[in-house]
Design a protein around this ligand. Structure first.
Ligand code: FAD
Ligand code: SF4
Length: 452
């Protein structure tokens, strides 16, 4: 489909075909000719800065050289040995602030090597072929580990533990594996059921037993897991959403952006999803952009993304902000939500105009009203503390609302490790979660060997 959405010109609803086209792959896989051309752009730098800029430390020049010599299996192996979710990361990584930003080609005012697209070419090519699982398990250690959370952090941890010869039970509250890969990433980044296909591929190593529909804090507890298993890994992400704390928030049509995106990701008929004519999204991060762009692609007539500070303070990357603009999303800055109005159902939202003075955000005294029949809140997520009840004796120490870990990724409880969004380490990105899951598995292995 590309960066631009099909929008309704006459004001009428989009057809099913138009909506399906809007939710097809944003950037389809490179063809072999395109991949060869792109790989020839790489200078194969010694001490390549892109490797350091990738949170999972993939040997990028090596896999690109393997592509240029048509060794797709070798290229995929190079990627997957550091990052078992190389397929999702190739689709979702903000490469413009990670590997591609570090590419030396940028220095000569050229475009960087298309690292993400080449990574996708290699991993997709490998997954589409009939190769066996690329990794073998080491001899059994006889140890069993509980992984809680089957998102990128949990799946990456489980996979590496299995490679190291441990048996793993992976628990998740949801009915499907994948975490936000399955329920959160924008649909056009994960077209053709990629999250499920990748989870199946990861589980193909063997030795990992899924225990789905099991919620920590309700069906299982940390203390019971500690009794039953040799070690525990927590990768429970951030599942609670923040509220605005203004009047009208309970009105019909007001929803958090994460549940809206989840509905899209789980729908088997997007044209049946109800979308308003005038949609407002509140927030300045990638979740806000994803909700706004997907609302437009579902056929909303007017979509406004409203943020209380300026464009420089938005956490959404420039690429994401451009995507929103290309998809006819109106972006408003310096407006803070004050009151939602409507009779039973949302009809409008009032904003106070803001400015900063000496770094403090103030209202200017001006206000504006935006008409809306659907309002999505994308103002951040927090960890659900009911999962790890700190008031009980098996309580776990938190820091700034996230699970506190030491430099071996161990929590305040011996033998209990944590990583991904729920821990206070690194940025909340898929690739960071994958790396933390992998590092936690190595730390657990060392811990079980008594190596600290
Ligand atoms: C809308 C949205 C769009 C995003 N887009 C991008 C993007 O384009 N690129 C990018 O790099 N990053 C993106 N991110 C961030 C990225 O998705 C996360 O950083 C990443 O998924 C974190 O992985 P995780 O495994 O730590 O957590 P999650 O993916 O959140 O997985 C946590 C898992 O734990 C389970 N769980 C939670 N509580 C319990 C419990 N009590 N008991 C049992 N199971 C539980 C959940 O069901 C879930 O499966 C996006 C995030 C959001 C919200
Ligand atoms: S995993 Fe992400 S950051 Fe690392 S090389 Fe691949 S696309 Fe770049």
């Amino acid at each position: 489909m590309g960066d631009r959405a099909i929008v309704s010109k006459s004001g009428s609803a989009l057809s099913t075909e138009e909506i399906n086209a809007n939710f097809s792959d944003l950037h389809p896989c490179l063809t072999p000719i395109q991949a060869r051309e792109a790989s020839n752009h790489c200078l194969y730098c010694y001490d390549a800065p892109c490797i350091t800029a990738c949170p999972t430390g993939i040997d990028i020049p090596t896999f690109i050289r393997q592509i240029s010599t048509e060794n797709i299996k070798g290229a995929a192996h190079t990627i997957l040995s550091e990052n078992i979710m190389g397929g999702t990361c190739a689709r979702a990584c903000p490469t413009e602030i990670l590997c591609e930003q570090a590419c030396v080609r940028n220095k000569s005012d050229e475009k960087p090597v298309e690292i993400g697209n080449l990574q996708r070419f290699a991993v997709d090519g490998f997954m589409a072929s009939n190769h066996d699982h690329p990794f073998k398990r080491a001899a059994s250690t006889g140890k069993t580990i509980a992984v809680v959370g089957a998102g990128p952090a949990g799946l990456s941890c489980a996979h590496r533990l299995s490679v190291l010869g441990h048996d793993v039970d992976i628990y998740d509250a949801e009915a499907k594996l994948g975490g936000l890969n399955e329920y959160g990433l924008a649909a056009y980044k994960m077209a053709d059921n990629f999250a499920a296909r990748e989870a199946d591929f990861i589980m193909g190593i063997g030795g990992i037993t899924p225990k789905l529909g099991m919620r920590l804090g309700k069906d299982i507890s940390i203390s019971k897991l500690q009794e039953k298993y040799d070690a525990v890994f927590l990768g429970i992400g951030l599942t609670s959403t923040r509220t605005l704390g203004i009047s009208g928030e309970q009105l019909d049509g007001v929803k958090d952006a994460i549940s809206f995106i989840k509905d899209i990701r789980q729908s088997d008929n997007l044209s049946k999803l109800k979308i308003g004519d005038d949609v407002v999204v509140i927030g300045g991060g990638n979740t806000a952009i994803d909700a706004a762009v997907q609302a437009k692609r579902l056929g909303a007539k007017n979509v406004s993304l409203v943020y209380r500070r300026g464009p420089e303070q938005m956490t959404a990357t420039t690429w994401e902000q451009d995507l929103a603009a290309n998809n006819h999303v109106n972006i408003y800055h310096w407006l803070s939500p004050a009151e939602i109005t409507g009779k039973g159902k949302v009809e409008a939202i009032q904003f106070n105009r803001t400015k900063t003075k000496k770094g403090k955000m103030l209202n200017t005294g001006e206000s504006i009203k935006i008409k809306c029949d659907q309002l999505f809140k994308a103002i951040g997520q927090t960890m659900s503390t009911s999962a790890v009840d700190t008031s009980t004796t098996d309580g776990i120490e938190l820091t700034s609302g996230k699970i506190k870990t030491d430099n071996t990724m161990q929590t305040s409880l011996a033998g209990v490790f944590a990583g991904g969004d729920c821990s206070g380490v690194g940025e909340d990105l898929t690739v960071e979660a994958v790396e933390q899951g992998k590092q936690a598995a190595i730390a657990i292995d060392n811990h079980l060997k008594g190596e600290g």
